[in-house]
Design a protein around this ligand. Structure first.
Ligand code: SAM
Length: 320
């Protein structure tokens, strides 16, 4: 629900006198120190340990929010809102916005800032630990017959803390029943790996896993100067759209992920050398032949279809 007096044209919220008074009082409390403030030390108060590089490019929030499309009827989940560079725009555009921030101080400040928005919820917490089922799953009382039991479909957005990018992605994939698409800012090199084609030097386990669950699009890249403090690397915004690829590949999820991990086990080794630790060499040779995989192939060279064919051939030989 948008705030009552939201004006779509100007992207602004007109405040009543009561709301205005409340904000003035909150601002006064902040000045008095009742709300924790971020220190303004050298890095502008950013905590490097939390991957804090705040977006300061004035055009970037609009470009990222635009990449989500029309969100006026969507629930949006923002990871790491920080100082709210993106949050303000999302709050105005989304039907419902849930943002999770691990930094207590920033979470408290965001709660204050968005206290008048009925459609915004700020969670102080760790995106790697938060219980998605309790946030997006069916609520008590919604189990009566006739009530729609489809999981909520949520759009994810965030300028991710780089040091946990892969962990966040894996968690989003694990809960993909909720997350239909994501627009995420990641390190440029990571974006290249997510989108890499088999047979290229960037293709690896992260590419294969990501492409098993999603279609990847690289949208645009920002230089370090777009952030405060500037990171050492460029950042790229990617869109990941969940696709049901597992069904087409005819592989069981967990066992196939384990197989991918084994296949990519040691980068310099051939696929054969990575797999022979776990499979009987005779069965391995026969399965590679059946799947049309050369004995000196490297896992990076194989498409997901070929890897799945090899997995299926090995599973059949085990079963027989
Ligand atoms: N969205 C803001 C922006 O673009 O200016 C901040 C982006 S900053 C790169 C990453 C944010 O993620 C920081 O605010 C940081 O505190 C937060 N963060 C780091 N680890 C987190 C975690 N495990 N769960 C939730 N937020 C986290």
């Amino acid at each position: 629900m948008l705030p009552a007096s939201y004006d779509k044209k100007s992207d602004r919220v007109a405040l009543t006198q009561k709301q205005h008074d409340r904000i003035s009082s909150l601002n006064a409390r902040m000045k008095e120190g009742n709300v924790p403030k971020v220190s303004t030390a050298r890095s502008g108060g950013a905590k490097p340990k939390l991957g804090q590089h705040f977006l300061t490019d004035p055009m970037a929030p609009g470009r990222i929010a635009d990449a989500l499309g029309d969100i006026s009827r969507s629930t949006v989940f923002e990871i790491g809102p920080g100082r709210g560079a993106l949050t303000s725009l999302l709050a105005k555009r989304a039907r419902r916005l849930i943002a999770i921030e691990t930094d207590r101080v920033l979470a408290a400040q965001l709660r204050m800032k968005f206290s008048l928005y009925g459609n915004v919820e700020i969670i102080e917490g760790d995106v790697l630990a938060v219980d998605f089922d309790s946030i997006f799953g069916p609520k008590p009382g919604s189990t009566r017959p006739g009530i729609n039991q489809q999981p909520e479909r949520v759009q994810v957005v965030g300028n991710l803390p780089f040091f946990i990018t892969s962990d966040i992605l894996l968690r989003l994939f694990a809960y993909r029943k909720y997350f239909e698409s994501s627009v995420l800012m990641v390190q440029r090199e990571v974006a290249d790996r997510l989108a890499a084609e088999p047979g290229t030097s960037e293709y690896g386990l992260l590419s294969a896993t990501t492409q098993l669950y999603t279609a990847v699009e690289k949208l645009f890249t920002l230089p370090p100067a777009a952030f405060t403090p500037p990171p050492k690397v460029h950042s790229t915004v990617v869109r990941l759209t969940v696709i049901p690829r597992l069904e087409g590949l005819r592989v069981p999820e967990t066992a196939f992920i384990d197989f991918l991990k084994l296949s990519f086990g040691q980068k310099r080794k051939t696929l054969w050398n990575n797999l022979k630790a776990q499979y009987d060499t005779k069965a391995l040779r026969a399965a590679m032949e059946e799947a049309g995989v050369k004995s000196d192939a490297r896992s990076e060279a194989l498409s997901l279809e070929k890897t799945a064919a090899l997995f299926r051939a090995l599973s059949n030989s085990k079963a027989s």
